[in-house]
Design a protein around this ligand. Structure first.
Ligand code: NAP
Length: 263
């Protein structure tokens, strides 16, 4: 048996692998697509805004734009079919697409909005994970599923009351453990990244406009590092979980929040 000293450092590369990234038309998903393509993967970048995806694909070799509404099972099935038809093993899924309810007290929230948010943030992640895992199991190649949770999968969002967002993110964190348990025998790892606050389209109102001063104060005062996260600060967690660097990590939620949940 080789000693620790003789064992090579695991690869952070994904050459010859195929990755699906949902919500790739902006924010984290766009960044994740760039990072995985840079690591050598062919990236199936999905979202509803095809023009954004095509722009991204025109800028980065290895990214393929694929229009998909994640709340439609048929469209998710088409994405997995397409990803499986590409050269290389379908090895990575990043369940990143997400939306939130408007800041509303729970007693005033439209149940249709609650259901719509849960559908995108939770149900679609489950359906796509199951479809992807089925392919990985058929091929016997294993793989890595990375869900995007939130610090609000651990703690309430109040005073920004968002019941559906909190419920869906908490469920993603526990679903991660269950799927990891079920699929470990197929060498499929399932983990979640739980980010704190970053400026994206989703959080735009916390950084710009009337509520910006309060938004920034809320973030800075509650964060050990006294600032929001900046682009690129999820790259390390993504590469750790998506590649062989994290080959012994499964069922975990890794929090990347500048200390926000440690306070
Ligand atoms: N920003 C933060 O501070 C923060 C913190 C914790 C967690 N997160 C999570 O990070 C993930 C990415 O969010 P973000 O901050 O990068 O926000 P964002 O820029 O608004 O990105 C959200 C993405 O989800 C896609 N999407 C929404 N509904 C969809 C649907 N029905 N079908 C397909 N795609 C859909 C959007 O694309 P289209 O509109 O083109 O479909 C967009 O690409 C989300 O899960 C969010 O909850 C964000």
């Amino acid at each position: 048996m080789p000693s620790l000293h003789d064992t090579p450092i695991p690869s952070s590369r994904l050459d010859g692998k195929v990755a699906i990234v949902t919500g790739a038309s902006s924010g984290f998903g766009e960044r994740f697509s760039r990072v995985l393509a840079d690591a050598g993967a062919t990236v199936v970048a999905c979202a509803r805004r095809l023009d954004r995806l095509e722009q991204l694909a025109s800028e980065v070799d290895g990214i393929v734009a694929t229009q998909c509404d994640v709340s439609c099972d048929d469209q998710l099935s088409d994405v997995v079919e397409f990803a499986s038809s590409l050269p290389g093993d379908l090895a990575v899924l990043v369940n990143n697409a997400g939306s939130s309810d408007a800041v509303t007290r729970a007693e005033d929230e439209d149940p249709a909005v609650f259901r719509r948010v849960v559908d995108v943030n939770l149900n679609a992640c489950f359906v796509l994970a199951a479809m992807t895992a089925t392919r990985m199991i058929e091929r016997g190649t294993g793989g890595s599923i990375v869900n995007i949770g939130s610090v609000h999968g651990f703690v309430s969002a109040s005073p920004n009351h968002q019941a559906a967002y909190v419920a869906s993110k908490g469920a993603i964190h526990t679903l991660t453990k269950e799927l990891a348990a079920q699929w470990a025998r197929h060498s499929i790892r399932v983990n979640t990244i739980a980010p704190g606050y970053f400026e994206t389209e989703l959080t735009h109102l916390m950084f710009h406009g009337e509520a910006a001063a309060g938004g920034r104060r809320y973030i800075e005062s509650g964060t050990y590092l006294r600032r929001a996260g900046i682009e690129g600060e999820l790259d390390g967690a993504l590469l750790l979980l998506a590649t062989d660097l994290g080959s012994y990590i499964t069922g975990q939620t890794i929090t990347v929040d500048g200390g926000w949940t440690s306070k």
